[in-house]
Ligand binder design. Structure first.
Ligand code: GAP
Length: 465
């Protein structure tokens, strides 16, 4: 099947309640998106699976939920005030804004890490114009951090930033975690939360937005253990994506050239995904060395050292390996990967979201064939049985023809659908024996007739596979 277009993903997301344009009734706000009833379930499942894999199923990682607003000195110490910027150019006629490095790279001119003057020289030499074919302004460094004010009276209130990464909340809590949890190296601290960047060119649906969620781990190691930890994380992350159904052929590892490394990094790889518009960064893994802890020590005046439990005189600054996931980007990747169009035997095409069964927003749909009693009551009993005796998310749908309801469940990726029909209430032997239901598999389309008393076992077996 050819890769789906981004338009078909955006349209399915809106049609089925995954993701809506932000502030829609006011004409929207560019590049903002709201997760609808199914989108929030999908996103929560991605976060839960991530937390379960990297926090609960490991003995070396603890969690944290730190504040978005932090003392502005944090961002001086981290280097974000000075260096977290992109080169901005403007079309002199339309005033549309672009990243100078992106315009140069589109012409095959490598521009990472050039300063604004060098980029301007290249723009002039190569006579590069804006996409509307107008002259450009000279590039200037544009800091990506959003500023706001904390306090009631704007003039006297303190300026604060919205955090551009969740990582710094972990570094500033390093001493608190050492004191309260007494972890031994190597250990990690995980956090999921919002981050904000005033991106010059957001776009491609939820791929690049100004408000997004990250899922980050700062993994503290002895300096000589950094390489092994880096390699192990690369494998663990790759496995997480592939276990959840991302095809290996749509993933690749890209190592950053030395001249494109972030100011804190001694080595970075990205895991890239083949998005509908081409390869793009899905995840980043960096060796942040002891940069952040040392900077915070310098700016705060607090000691941020680890003491070797076997030798209390041996106090040192650990190195940090940082696996950094974009939550929204991961959700987008799972949506793209799941999207499937299938030709059916009767010539129809069905759209089916083949999510891994741990990610589907709904686990089981209960579909009564008719709204008439006592069939409806029987279907309610089946729904209640599943709701009370499993932890699964159950949808109950009575509207429209059964064909339409199957199509909706396929498009939202529900792995199993249970149909309650006239056979179930003992009124039609041809449909089935009394107290039996049909259970339909989303992927194989196989329909099986089973007794209601066998449902729990059948379902447990399915989720164990
Ligand atoms: N703490 C390190 C850090 O923030 P990054 O490569 O800038 O590193 C990590 O960001 C991940 O966050 C990216 O791999 C991407 O998945 C996600 N991300 C970054 N900027 C984003 C944006 N504007 N919109 C959506 N996701 C973004």
């Amino acid at each position: 099947m050819p890769a789906p277009s981004l338009d078909s993903i955006v349209s399915l997301c809106k049609r089925r309640g995954f993701i809506f344009p932000g502030s829609d009734i006011y004409g929207g706000l560019a590049n903002t998106w709201d997760y609808g009833p199914l989108g929030v379930e999908l996103k929560n499942r991605v976060k839960q699976h991530w937390w379960n894999t990297f926090v609960h199923r490991r003995t070396d990682i603890v969690g944290l939920d730190s504040a978005i607003l932090m003392n502005p000195k944090v961002w001086e110490a981290s280097g974000h005030v000075e260096t977290f910027s992109d080169p901005l150019v403007e079309d002199v006629k339309t005033n549309k804004r672009y990243r100078a490095d992106h315009l140069l790279e589109e012409q095959g001119i490598k521009a990472s890490n050039l300063d604004a003057d060098a980029m301007w020289k290249l723009i002039q030499e190569n006579k590069i114009k804006s996409p509307d074919n107008n002259e450009l302004t000279p590039p200037k460094e544009f800091n990506l951090m959003f500023k706001t004010h904390q306090g009631v009276v704007e003039e006297t209130s303190a300026m604060v930033y919205l955090r551009p990464e969740t990582a710094q909340g972990i570094f500033v809590n390093f001493a608190n975690i050492l004191q309260t949890m007494r972890p031994r190296l190597p250990f990690g601290v995980a956090q999921i939360g919002k981050a904000f960047r005033n991106e010059i060119t957001p776009g491609n649906f939820t791929f690049r937005t100004r408000e997004f969620e990250q899922m980050e781990i700062e993994y503290f190691v002895k300096p000589d253990g950094a390489k092994d930890a880096f390699d192990a994380w690369q494998k663990d992350v790759w496995n997480w994506f592939t276990v959840l159904g991302i095809d290996k052929k749509n993933l690749r590892v890209r190592e950053h050239d030395p001249d494109e490394l972030s100011h804190y990094s001694a080595g970075t790889i990205d895991i890239e995904y083949k998005f509908p518009w081409g390869w793009g960064e899905l995840f980043g893994l960096a060796n942040r060395t002891d940069y952040d802890l040392k900077q915070h020590e310098k700016f705060s005046g607090e000691k941020l050292l680890y003491t070797d439990p076997h030798d209390p005189k041996d106090k040192f600054t650990p190195y940090v390996i940082e696996p950094s996931f974009g939550c929204d980007r991961s959700v987008l990747t799972f949506l793209i990967e799941a999207y499937t169009e299938e030709e059916l035997d009767n010539g129809d095409t069905r759209i089916v979201m083949k999510f891994d069964k741990h990610l589907s927003p709904v686990d089981i749909a209960v579909l009564p064939l008719s709204k008439k009693e006592p069939l409806l009551e029987k279907a309610n009993e089946v729904r209640d049985l599943l709701m009370n005796e499993t932890n699964l998310v159950i949808d109950f749908d009575v509207t429209g023809s059964i064909g339409k309801r199957y199509r909706r469940q396929d498009e939202i990726g529900t792995p199993l659908a249970i149909t309650v029909d006239f056979g179930t209430i003992g009124d039609d032997k041809e449909q089935g024996e009394e107290d039996t239901v049909t259970i339909r598999d989303r992927d194989t389309l196989v329909q099986e007739r089973i007794h209601i008393s066998e449902l729990r076992e059948k379902i447990a077996e399915y989720w164990k596979k």
